[in-house]
Write a protein that binds this ligand. Structure first.
Ligand SMILES: [Ca+2]
Ligand SMILES: [Ca+2]
Length: 412
């Protein structure tokens, strides 16, 4: 009966048109897929796992012991476990194993820097039962319980200002810390050959894990190299080095007002002109021999001459030099234009008296500090960006006057 049926079936198969045959094949494949999809729902898929991956290996060691574990299909009684190590031709494990790993797992020693490929295969067909397991290694970046023997300082955060910098330093271990900065690069061990090279420093009062430390009294627009040194409670030391640049100071000076006290002319008002100067900037005139300002004693005038000093030092000089033309007919003045233009010369500014028989002059200067900050422990207590007034008192005569103005300090 069966034979007859089979023959009949074969005959029918051969007799079927190619289109019908193709359709039947598609139907059978579809059924197969459906059965395959349904089958694993009954139990978990095979697995191959490592107790740790990536394997973190402390700096003090080269190798670490881990274990492998697996699960297989219920009918799989034996399997082949192979583990290969990068750079090593022969497998480090190649053995037949049971459906469950030994108690505690299959031991595997991994070496730092190597990559391992673990495979579980059918013991007879050698077909893989699971996807290969790639095991990698890594160093422990953050200290767990080794204190400052390994890295305990995380990357310091630096906020540079114009005349100081704020450091925020966190550690993974409670530590006493010092912070030093210099315009000179430190040695590899975080020290300087000349202790005088250390421009600013700070230290923790009590051991901490979170330290906010200002570095006061720095020069603006300057690169500093810093060293953070941490000592944990076990005496381990670690250093962290880096660099930062302070902001650039800009000063805007305004010569706002001249207060004429004595114009030096008995008959009428002075025939004046002025030179102004701030820092190392080129002096600027207000009026000249041909364009004289008539200014009476007891009055004020407003030149509003301004200077902008980019990258200013911590102190600047602000200067004024006033002239009064007293030439009479027949006086000899340089080329008829009076005294030579002021060049910014420091000694010249404080002269007073008569120049070339035709001009009376008086000058003076004032030094202003453009670097403001609070006490070393709290430099941010005083705003380093500010505007202040200045007064130059030119009192030597024969011209007697005061110049009032302002200077504005900003950082960028
Ligand atoms: Ca005069
Ligand atoms: Ca005059």
């Amino acid at each position: 009966m069966n034979i007859t049926h089979t023959r009949d079936a074969r005959r029918r198969w051969r007799g079927a048109s190619p289109g019908v045959r193709r359709w039947l094949i598609v139907l059978m494949l579809a059924l197969g897929v459906l059965l395959t999809l349904n089958a694993p729902a009954a139990h978990a898929a095979p697995t191959l796992t490592a107790s740790e991956n990536p394997v973190f290996i402390p700096y003090s060691k080269d190798t670490e012991d881990i274990t492998l574990a697996w699960t297989v299909e219920p009918w799989q009684l034996l399997a082949t476990l192979t583990v290969t190590e990068s750079g090593t031709p022969a497998p480090v494990i190649d053995k037949t194993v049971g459906p469950t790993p030994p108690p505690g797992g299959e031991p595997l020693t991994v070496t730092y820097g190597k990559t391992y490929t673990a495979e579980l295969k059918d013991v007879i067909t050698q077909q893989p039962l699971v996807a290969p397991l790639i095991i990698t290694t890594d160093r422990i970046d953050i200290k767990i319980d080794m204190g400052c023997l390994v890295q305990c300082i995380t990357e310091p955060k630096v906020e540079p200002h114009g005349g100081w910098a704020k450091f925020t330093i966190n550690t993974t271990e409670t530590a006493s810390m010092t912070l030093e900065a210099s315009k000179t690069k430190p040695n590899a061990n975080g020290t300087w050959n000349n202790p005088k090279d250390v421009a600013a420093s700070n230290a923790t009062i009590l051991p901490t894990q979170n330290w906010t430390a200002p570095l006061p009294n720095l020069d603006s627009n300057t690169t500093y190299y810093y060293v953070v040194r941490a000592h944990d409670t076990n005496g381990n030391e670690q250093i962290k080095t880096g660099s930062f640049k302070t902001l650039t100071r800009r000063v805007e000076v305004t010569f706002a007002e001249i207060q004429m006290i004595d114009d030096s002319d008995d008959l009428g008002d002075c025939d004046c002109f002025f030179w102004f100067n701030a820092g190392d900037e080129t002096p600027k005139p207000w009026g000249d021999f041909q364009h004289q300002k008539s200014i009476a004693s007891g009055t004020t005038v407003h030149p509003n001459v301004t200077f902008t000093i980019d990258n200013a030092p911590s102190e600047i000089l602000i200067r004024a030099l006033g002239y009064d033309d007293d030439s009479a007919f027949g006086s000899l003045c340089s080329a008829g234009t009076g005294y030579l233009p002021y060049t910014g010369n420091a000694t010249w500014i404080t002269t007073s008296g008569m120049a070339e028989d035709c001009q009376q002059l008086t000058g003076d200067q004032v030094t202003v500090s453009v670097s403001h900050q609070g006490q070393p422990t709290a430099p941010d207590a005083v705003d380093e960006q500010f505007t202040e007034q200045f007064t130059i008192s030119a009192g030597l005569g024969p011209l007697v006057y005061k110049v009032h103005g302002s200077y504005k300090v900003t950082y960028a």
